[in-house]
Design a protein around this ligand. Structure first.
Ligand code: AMP
Length: 387
């Protein structure tokens, strides 16, 4: 397997905060960084040696970008498969574009995981009004209708409370390819971030517990407060999926903990994940360093905990104060947060905050998950207090 050692160039498709934190790790390890996305002055572009700004379907521009890289990876799974394939004409692309193709469509990913023998949230593919009707009959209500592709942070989702409202929900999502899922009354949401190297070795960071607000990840706690057998089952499932999909890179598996030892697969992301941001401070090797190591064909690190517990909270644009025109009139109180011990601030360099936009995150290390979570939340609240 080809090794891309320090001094070579890492190419990143996509230019958000995940690419930024990968670029930070790549820089630390002596790599050059080049990035491709439609956005100028991006979180990743600010840290790259070279930034290509062009639409993803400008395949000649993609080839030009990849020609200057030794290995290309992606930080965003909605990069079109054709873009990843064009890059693969010029450079090694890891994970393989086929994995990207599977992960960017909910029907394909759920079918692949179900075929591999793992428990999946009951679902039906919906492409026509007849399929929608049959799906509602099969799964009952409440249910959740989701666009098959391009959805994230709860975008492209509608809860369906009664059969009579399913049609309107589908129309409001554009009437295209969707998936209808049974509404799961889960106890907790869990995720496992797993890395797999070119040598087939697999490593994870244990199980994370995730709390969402308005479908957007709000907080992650590590380790998840679940019995050891549930944690083992979640890790086994994530390792199995990584092997089954022949992953080289990092993959996040999101699961619902249904109680009684039962887990149901929700979705995968073939890249580092928001729930893994706390690995930067909480483990001896972060999810971004694992991604770098894996896609470069280098040995994975062994993640060793640096504290018994950690919690991460996202900082959304709602922490800024705006006037009626949307102009920022007050910044969060950064100094208040920076006075707190074991509290680590990350900001992504996004120029324009707005409500719901992920602007940064805070990680707090501690002795117990509940205390770390309470302190992370209180650190965030302190941003709104007067200095
Ligand atoms: P997703 O984009 O599929 O990760 O969904 C975003 C969030 O919506 C999840 O993290 C859950 O909190 C919620 N959700 C998604 N699917 C379901 C489901 N089938 N049943 C209950 N809640 C769901």
């Amino acid at each position: 397997m080809t090794r891309i050692v320090p001094g070579h160039t890492m190419g990143i498709l996509g230019s958000g905060q995940l690419g930024r934190m990968l670029a930070q790790s790549a820089r630390q390890h002596g790599y050059r960084v080049t990035v491709f996305s439609p956005d100028g002055d991006s979180p990743t572009g600010q840290l790259a040696d070279e930034a290509f700004v062009a639409p993803y379907d400008d395949l000649d521009a993609v080839r030009g970008f990849a020609a200057g890289a030794d290995v290309v990876t992606f930080e965003f799974e909605n990069v079109p498969e054709a873009t990843a394939r064009a890059a693969a004409e010029m450079a090694i692309v890891r994970p393989d574009p086929t994995l990207l193709y599977v992960a960017q469509n909910r029907i394909r990913e759920k079918t692949a995981v179900e075929k591999a023998g793992y428990p999946v949230t009951p679902f039906r593919a919906v492409r026509t009004a007849e399929e929608l009707e049959a799906a509602v009959v099969a799964l009952g209500t409440p249910a959740v209708l989701k666009t098959a592709s391009s959805g994230y942070d709860g975008k492209g989702q509608r809860r369906v409370d009664a059969a009579a409202t399913a049609g309107a929900a589908w129309v409001s999502l554009g009437g295209g390819e969707c998936v209808l899922e049974a509404f799961m009354r889960f106890e907790r949401e869990l995720s496992v971030v797993v890395a797999r190297g070119t040598d087939g070795k697999v490593a994870d960071f244990g199980v994370f517990e995730n709390h969402h607000e308005e479908h957007i990840l709000d907080a992650t706690v590590s380790p998840a407060r679940v019995p050891p057998e549930v944690a083992e089952a979640a890790r086994d499932l994530a390792h199995g999926i990584a092997r089954h999909l022949d992953l080289v890179g990092v993959l996040c598996v999101e699961l619902f903990d249904l109680g009684g030892g039962n887990l149901a697969f929700n979705e995968i992301a073939p890249r580092p994940h928001n729930s893994g941001h706390l690995t930067i401070e909480a483990f001896s090797v972060s999810q971004f360093e694992q991604q770098l190591r894996a896609v470069c064909g280098l040995p994975l690190g062994e993640p060793i905990r640096r504290a018994p517990a950690a919690a991460m909270v996202n900082l959304l644009g709602d922490l800024w104060t705006y006037d009626v025109d949307g102009t920022v009139v007050a910044e969060p109180q950064w100094a208040t947060l920076l006075r707190r011990p074991q509290t680590h601030l990350h900001l992504y360099g996004k120029k324009r905050p707005r409500s719901g936009r992920k602007m940064g995150h805070v990680t707090v290390l501690g002795d117990r998950p509940d205390v770390a979570l309470a302190q992370a939340r209180s650190a965030r609240s302190a941003l709104l207090a007067s200095a």
